[in-house]
Design a protein around this ligand. Structure first.
Ligand code: NDP
Ligand code: OXD
Length: 321
């Protein structure tokens, strides 16, 4: 019997987002199952039981009458949640060790960069200035992670291992050894007050949109060894008020920022972030997506689902993540 087809909705892109690369990988791991690129899937929509997608056009998924599961090819599902016609079937997101390890590398790299005064040292090097500043210990710095889920919890663990004082903030209460855990609106001020380096790994939902704004930055600790608090955002651009970030960097409310995500991506050429001396910018590749790992994860989930097993990492549509 022919297996239900997998529709692949990945539009354009190069490298890891090349539709052909995904098609080749899925063909390898979905033995006996037709893998239909978007044009093929459109010609026989009733044959499609599964969709593997990254930022599909709103309405695209509604065109498959026999869809059973949607697999988002990344961790964040904000683009899908914005589609009011999204079929009411389980929506599975990526939560795998490969992606988590990549994000933890990014977070550790950028926390260390600010902690070890790298922007200052690189500038001194360019100017041939031998001008060491005293360096404080990791144990003198409080890192606060907004979002203590798959990614935030792993980054917290790695930072704690390096000796930082680590806290996290989430929606529901948590207990993690040696991590100070805060949750909900009632505890956010206490969380911010003790934070020198703020790392944001929240999902973008109606509740979290523009949460990174001036009133929040003003609550961060003003007495840290870094001089002024630092922001690191690798969640989503919609979490940040970009005008507030720029003004806060300019008036000293923030001492620096590492940004991987932006309100508009690719970042427009006229964005002041490109050349801002206090901004360390990366092009939304904090945790790059590996088609080899993710196609295997999706194929395994389909096999388990068809054998009567439970899907993993199903999005709670009510919460939006
Ligand atoms: P998870 O769903 O595992 O974790 C989300 C965390 O955020 C949870 O701890 C959750 O709390 C918390 N949270 C959600 N809403 C609120 C709220 N209103 N108030 C307080 N806390 C809240 O997601 P992941 O860790 O896997 O991923 C996080 C995000 O990272 C993704 O949604 C995506 O946007 C981004 N990302 C970015 C990448 C990049 O390359 N830049 C790559 C991959 C992901 P609770 O635990 O109580 O539910
Ligand atoms: C993701 C991303 O959500 O890469 O996985 O941004």
């Amino acid at each position: 019997m022919t297996k239900g087809a997998l529709a692949l909705l990945v539009h354009g892109g190069t490298d890891n987002w090349s539709p052909q690369r995904w098609k080749d990988r899925f063909d390898e791991v979905c033995e006996g199952r037709p893998v239909l690129p978007f044009a093929g899937a459109k010609s026989d929509p009733a044959a499609v039981h599964y969709a593997a997608v990254w930022k599909p056009q709103p309405g695209e998924l509604a065109g498959f009458p026999n869809l059973r599961v949607i697999f988002n090819l990344g961790a964040g599902v904000d683009a899908l949640m914005a589609d009011r016609t999204l079929p009411d079937v389980p929506l599975v997101r990526v939560a795998i060790g490969d992606l988590t390890a990549r994000m933890t590398e990014y977070v550790v790299l950028h926390v260390l960069m600010h902690h070890r005064q790298e922007p200052y040292l690189r500038q001194s090097q360019r100017e041939k200035r031998w001008a060491p500043k005293s360096q404080w210990a990791a144990s003198a710095v409080s890192v606060g992670i907004m979002g203590l889920g798959t990614l935030g919890a792993d980054a917290a663990d790695a930072l704690r291992g390096l000796g930082f004082r680590v806290a996290g903030w989430s929606r529901s209460p948590k207990k993690i050894p040696d991590i100070e855990c805060f949750h909900g609106e009632a505890e956010i001020d206490a969380f911010l007050r003790r934070t020198d380096i703020l790392v944001c790994l929240l999902p973008l939902t109606p509740e979290t949109r523009h949460v990174l704004n001036r009133p929040l930055f003003e609550k961060l600790n003003r007495t840290s060894p870094l001089g002024a608090p630092v922001l690191i955002n690798a969640g989503r651009g919609g979490l940040q008020n970009e005008a507030d970030i720029l003004q806060c960097l300019d008036d000293g409310t923030l001492g620096g920022a590492s940004l991987d995500v932006y309100a508009t991506e690719p970042l427009p050429l006229d964005s002041p972030f490109w050349t801002h001396p206090k901004v360390v910018l990366t092009p939304h590749n904090a945790a790059d997506t590996d088609p080899d790992e993710i196609s295997k994860y999706v194929a395994e989930q389909i096999e388990r689902f068809e054998a009567g097993g439970a899907l993993e990492n199903v999005v709670d549509r009510g919460r939006g993540y």
